[in-house]
Write a protein that binds this ligand. Structure first.
Ligand SMILES: *Cc1c(COP(=O)(O)O)cnc(C)c1O
Length: 359
């Protein structure tokens, strides 16, 4: 099905920020996509409108009970001057899964992708072109329905906002560095049966306390352990975690408490194509620490849309620092970053066929 959306252009375009000092989410573009859901009518009236505050009833259930879901994607300017999206169908499907868990009506995959494309097209001159920069895209759904009762709403708003963002790695965009990671033993992110596999607001507000603790110990991010036994490694902050031990790369299986990252899936598929042995399984933190000590763990990294690939330089576990690979960036981490980032920006050809969607 072909979707077209009416466009209302802003009468007061903003001045675009300096591409060399973008930060993350400091300025939003001139337009946004918005669409409503009403029971009996389904999703309707998708349109592009000038970026503006939403008017919400103070009793909107989304503000009280957190019925909301979101996605995170990036658009890059390619060398031909066009715009690349990366596997947007994966984001569309993941939002459907998140919605099912949060009792929010699903959005058709084609409608989601058409909405993202329409939003980016409306602000195409906002896609930055400095190396490493991109247009970060944030689709999200909230319930504006006023109610104090705890039950799924009958009305929703789907909105897509966009913000030009800096290179994740400052200075030279290609210069990865090993980050210091705090192994969190007290607080947990998500439990099996909960919402860990869904991108919903509550998962992030409950994680902030651990991130604050990590920073106090000089660490940039948290390595989450499983909720039940605090024994198995799950994720790093808002990224999926990988550990190379011997000749095998491990990442946690999708237990229900893990967010199924698009970058995680892409990394697994690329490594399989390269003949690298990979295994999705629950890995004990004690096994990881032992492997660092005996030198069999040679690389670890995190994957996510924001960072693409972020090498792990050191784990801080029970007050002891365990450097990995002398805190140097590993060969496979670098190769994955170069390939994924190269594909996303269009600097190298899509070896998987169909992952890069051009606007
Ligand atoms: C978004 C997210 C990821 C990474 O997913 P990508 O699709 O690769 O961006 C990993 N973990 C959590 C908790 C996330 O929210």
């Amino acid at each position: 099905m072909e979707y077209t959306f009416p466009v209302t252009r802003t009468a007061t375009p903003k001045e675009k920020p300096d591409q060399k000092a973008l930060g993350f989410g400091k300025t939003y573009t001139d337009h946004m996509f918005i669409m409503e859901y009403d029971e009996g009518q389904g999703w309707h009236d998708g349109r592009i409108v000038p970026y503006a505050p939403l008017q919400l009833d103070p009793a909107a259930t989304t503000l009280h009970y957190g019925q909301m879901t979101f996605e995170g994607m990036k658009a890059y300017k390619n060398p031909q001057g066009g715009i690349n999206l990366f596997r947007p169908d994966m984001n569309a499907k993941r939002m459907q899964n998140s919605n099912r868990r949060l009792c929010i009506p699903e959005i058709d995959v084609d409608l989601f992708i058409a909405a993202v494309k329409a939003a980016v097209k409306a602000d195409i001159d906002w896609v930055p072109e400095e190396p490493g920069t991109s247009l970060y895209i944030r689709p999200f759904i909230i319930s504006p329905e006023p109610s104090m009762a705890v039950h799924p709403a009958s009305r929703y708003i789907f909105c897509i906002i966009m913000t030009p963002v800096a290179a994740y790695y400052e200075g030279n965009d290609k210069e990865l560095h090993g980050s210091h990671i705090w192994v969190e033993e007290e607080f947990i992110r998500a439990a099996v049966g909960g919402t860990g596999f869904a991108k919903c607001g509550g998962n992030y507000s409950c994680g902030m306390i651990a991130a604050t603790e990590a920073k106090k110990h000089g660490c940039e991010e948290v390595l989450w352990l499983d909720a039940k036994e605090h024994k198995y490694v799950e994720e790093v902050g808002t990224s999926n975690a990988f550990f190379k031990i011997g000749d095998t790369v491990y990442t946690s299986s999708l237990t229900g408490s893990i967010l199924p990252g698009v970058t995680r899936d892409s990394a697994l598929k690329l490594m399989a194509k390269w003949g690298v042995k990979t295994e999705e399984k629950r890995l004990e933190i004690e096994e990881v620490i032992e492997a660092i000590k005996n030198g069999t763990l040679t690389e670890a990294w995190a994957t996510g849309t924001a960072c693409v690939v972020s090498p792990i330089g050191l784990l801080n576990y029970k007050g002891t620092e365990f450097p990995i690979n002398g805190e140097k960036v590993g060969e496979l981490s670098q190769k994955l970053y170069d390939t994924l980032y190269g594909m996303q920006t269009g600097e190298i050809e899509d070896p998987m066929g169909g992952w890069v969607v051009t606007l």
